[in-house]
Each structure stands twice: as structure tokens, then as C-alpha cells.
Design a binder for this molecule. Structure first.
Ligand code: CP
Length: 310
């Protein structure tokens, strides 16, 4: 199946070969994303962004990606200033937006919203994060970061740290790591473990998954530490959040016995779980990771909108 006109709802929608193709295309986009080369591959194309939850990286890297390829964006950056506030349904909003542009990126607080939107839209829908569900384009840039650091996505030991219950980025990433043959180590506070559906899916596809409750032990053999913040906005009860807040922190002392090539990734924003003292160490990959969102999304948009990359 080609890429043109497809929805991107879950990373599970892509085969390993398709992900490899997107990552190859993304590497070619890096000089364009850095502004060292120009392209008009998406001249005249419009991307509609409906961000019904806060975002910095996902929204702005999609906007930058379109601009770098000569296209443009129309954006709902705040649901409070859209007609959703007047009671318009998501269905009607998406149906109208699909007539304004060539593809839609939706971020929504509810799991499953992107799939519903795809049913309402005549144009491709890209899931920019649906509640505690999935964040497939984040996974593509996570993989690009790991591949850049290690030259492979196979045979690595990747520790997923933090809020594995509500953290949609890890739900998507765990699947991708499994299909590339990397080992997954789960390290979460007891109440924030990976949801049963995701665990069962990983078992079904034969993933190598272990659990390590002690972060300092998990760090010792890790190639990648993928750290997430606790998703405060998903807790129904603030007292439950208070019980786990601040329960893990990655700092220089913790990494004292880590492998020299250990890469620390974080989808960002961070809220205290990765100490700023790591920023200038060779372990810090999270700002590079955020940048790679631009070339990865350039490649994806070019493939979805034109079927090829410039
Ligand atoms: N990583 C990520 O999704 O960041 P934003 O919430 O800032 O888009």
C-alpha cells in the first residue's frame, strides 16, 4: 500500500518496512528542516491543524514542516476560540475542516477521537495525540532519534520510565520497538503501569518485555532511557497525582554507572523528571529529538500528500 491519502491514526497502521521508508525519507529532509536547502514540494497544499489540547512541539513542528516544503497551515490552536465552544460536534468540525485543506492533524483529549475524525473527513487525518491513546508521529521521531544515535533500531535495551498508564507516546513507541526487535523494560510507579490492552498487544506480537521496579537497576544495562512526565491532566483526582508526583528523577548521580552511549529521550515537556544538569552531557538526546520532529513530519506530509519525497 502506498502512503498517498492514508490516515495516520496509530503506529500499528504502518509495517516495519513502511516505517523504515519514512525514516529514510526523514534523513533526506534534515538539510531542508535546517534551512540549508529549499523545496516547493508542497506548494499550494494546506494542512489544517485542530489542536484541542495544549501543544508546543507537535503543532509547531507540523507548521514548520509545511512551511519548509512551501505549503501552508490553517490552525485551531485553542478550542476556546473555535465553534466547538458553542457546542459544535467533533464530527461537524472535522467535516468542515476537511473541505478547507488537504489533510488534518488532530490533537484531542479523548482516546479514539482521531479514528472518529477519520470517518468524518474526506482528507487524511493524522493523529497528533488522542488522550491516553496513541501519538504515532511522536514515535516516528523517537525512532529517528534512536536510529541516529545507534545506527540501528534492533537489539537495543530500551527502558520506558514514568507514566506508562497515561503516556500515549510510550503506547505507540513500545509497539514500534517490538517490531524492530529491541527489548523493552518497563519502569513505572506501581499505579502507573502499562495498560492491559497494550501489554496484551505486545505479548501477541512477541515483544521482549520485562519489568524493573528499581530505576537505578534499570539504568545499568540500558541503551536508551525513554522518560515521560506524569500526565497530570489525565488524573481525575488531584490527590492521586500528588501521591506519585516527583517519584522519579534522572540526574547525573543516577547515570554515574550507565553505559557511556546511553541516550536519554523525553517527548517533552519535562516537569522535573529530567534534571537540567543532564542537558550538556552526551546522554541528552531530547532536544535533538524535538528538532527531528520537523524532518520526520516533512517526510510524512510529503508522502501522504504527494506520494513521494522531494
Ligand atoms: N511531544 C509532544 O507531543 O509535545 P507537545 O505536547 O508540546 O506537542
Amino acid at each position: 500500500m502506498g502512503f498517498k491519502g492514508r490516515d495516520v491514526i496509530s503506529i500499528r497502521d504502518f509495517s516495519r518496512e513502511e516505517i523504515e521508508e519514512i525514516l529514510r525519507a526523514s534523513r533526506r529532509m534534515i538539510p531542508l528542516a535546517e534551512g540549508k536547502k529549499t523545496s516547493h514540494a508542497l506548494d499550494g497544499k494546506i494542512l489544517t491543524l485542530a489542536f484541542l489540547e495544549p501543544s508546543t512541539r507537535t503543532r509547531l513542528s507540523f507548521e514548520a514542516a509545511m512551511a519548509r516544503l512551501g505549503g501552508s497551515c490553517v490552525t485551531i490552536a485553542d478550542p476556546a476560540v473555535s465553534s466547538l465552544r458553542k457546542g459544535e460536534t467533533l464530527h461537524d468540525t472535522i467535516r468542515v475542516l476537511s473541505s478547507y485543506g488537504d489533510a488534518i492533524v488532530l490533537r484531542h483529549p479523548n482516546e479514539g477521537a482521531a479514528r472518529l475524525a477519520a470517518q468524518a473527513s474526506a482528507k487524511p487525518v493524522i493523529n497528533g495525540g488522542d488522550g491516553a491513546g496513541q501519538h504515532p508521529t511522536q514515535t516516528l521521531l523517537d525512532l529517528a532519534t534512536i536510529e541516529e544515535a545507534f545506527g540501528t533500531l534492533s537489539g537495543l535495551r530500551v527502558v520506558l520510565v514514568g507514566d506508562l498508564k497515561y503516556g500515549r507516546t510510550v503506547h505507540s513507541l513500545a509497539h514500534a520497538l517490538a517490531i524492530f526487535g529491541s527489548e523493552i523494560v518497563l519502569c513505572a510507579p506501581p499505579t502507573l503501569g502499562l495498560p492491559a490492552e497494550v501489554r496484551e498487544h505486545l505479548e501477541t506480537i512477541g515483544a521482549k518485555v520485562t519489568v524493573e521496579d528499581e530505576l537505578s537497576r534499570a539504568v545499568r544495562d540500558a541503551d536508551v532511557l525513554y522518560v515521560t512526565r506524569i500526565q497530570r491532566e489525565r488524573f481525575g483526582d488531584e490527590r492521586e497525582f500528588a501521591k506519585v508526583s516527583g517519584s522519579y528523577r534522572i540526574d547525573r548521580a543516577l547515570l554515574a554507572n550507565a553505559k557511556p552511549k546511553l541516550a536519554v529521550l523525553h517527548p517533552l515537556p519535562r516537569t522535573g523528571e529530567v534534571a537540567p544538569e543532564l542537558d550538556d552531557t552526551p546522554h541528552a538526546a531530547y532536544f535533538r529529538q524535538a528538532f527531528l520532529g520537523v524532518p520526520v513530519r516533512m517526510a510524512l506530509l510529503a508522502l501522504l500528500l504527494t506520494g513521494k519525497v522531494p
